[in-house]
Write a protein that binds this ligand. Structure first.
Ligand SMILES: Nc1ncnc2c1ncn2[C@@H]1O[C@H](COP(=O)(O)OP(=O)(O)OP(=O)(O)O)[C@@H](O)[C@H]1O
Ligand SMILES: [Mg+2]
Length: 223
């Protein structure tokens, strides 16, 4: 079965100091497993907001997010956690690595949560970290890494369970052109290997040009 992630009549507003700001107005989109999407738009246009809603990290003010026609915000907490662990690999714009865990522990933990035994989780984490040039950093802690290295750890952590969808918020924001390209190559390798849907929020034209669908957010709507 090909999975889908759908936004229906999504609205998101924030209220700050008594002023209501509508970031997303009426978003209707379906993302399909196996397809490559870029979400573009100027800073503050709502790219991260949309990705957080799609990933079940945040809840919409109105409308629904459906994973295979099931409303993810109507799921029980444990069901939603499992969905996020197994089906939706999320790369946050600000990484959110666990400070108290080493690089390899950060990555392997995500596999262990999904039920993989610890030897296999560490083997897989180790292989993926080698693949993104972090062979020497596995035992370091997040504060001992550069911004771009943290970024690569965050991407690898999102990939380890071979999720149905990979949602990545500016995954190359801290990388030089060479490493940005290598990270995109890794994501496209994953796409070849198990065919996830990939949704990337980005300002980088070099990335959106490698995606098959480019969506642009402006004034709360998709152009
Ligand atoms: N928790 C919050 N409370 C109030 N306003 C918020 C909150 N989170 C986001 N916003 C506002 O929502 C708007 C969209 O933010 P968002 O982070 O989605 O933008 P973005 O397109 O990802 O921008 P960037 O390219 O800079 O990452 C911004 O105007 C921001 O100030
Ligand atoms: Mg953002």
């Amino acid at each position: 079965m090909i999975s889908t992630l759908t936004a229906t009549h999504i609205q998101k507003s924030y209220s700050f100091e008594g002023i209501e700001q509508t970031v997303l107005s009426d978003i209707n989109l379906t993302f399909t497993q196996g397809q490559l999407y870029a979400i573009t738009g100027s800073s503050g246009s709502g790219k991260s907001t949309l990705l957080h809603l799609l990933g079940g990290v945040d809840t919409p003010t109105a409308g629904k997010i459906l994973f295979n026609a099931v409303d993810i915000n109507a799921m029980r907490q444990t069901e939603r956690t499992m969905l996020r662990t197994k089906n939706i690999g999320f790369v946050f714009q600000f990484h959110y690595l666990i400070r108290e865990l080493s690089v390899i522990e950060n990555v392997a933990l995500n596999a262990q949560i999904s039920g993989i035994n610890s030897t296999e989780a560490y083997d897989k984490a180790s292989q993926l970290l080698d693949h993104v040039g972090l062979r020497q950093e596995k035992l370091k802690y997040p504060h001992q890494l550069s911004g771009g290295q943290q970024e690569r750890v965050a991407v690898v952590r999102a990939l380890i369970n071979s999720p149905t969808f990979i949602l990545a918020d500016e995954p190359t924001g801290n990388l030089d052109a060479h490493n940005a390209q290598a990270l995109m190559d890794l994501l496209l390798d994953c796409h070849k290997q198990w065919g996830p849907g990939i949704i990337i929020a980005t300002h980088d034209a070099a990335i959106s040009s490698r995606m098959t669908h480019v969506l642009n957010i402006k004034d709360g709507v998709i152009l």
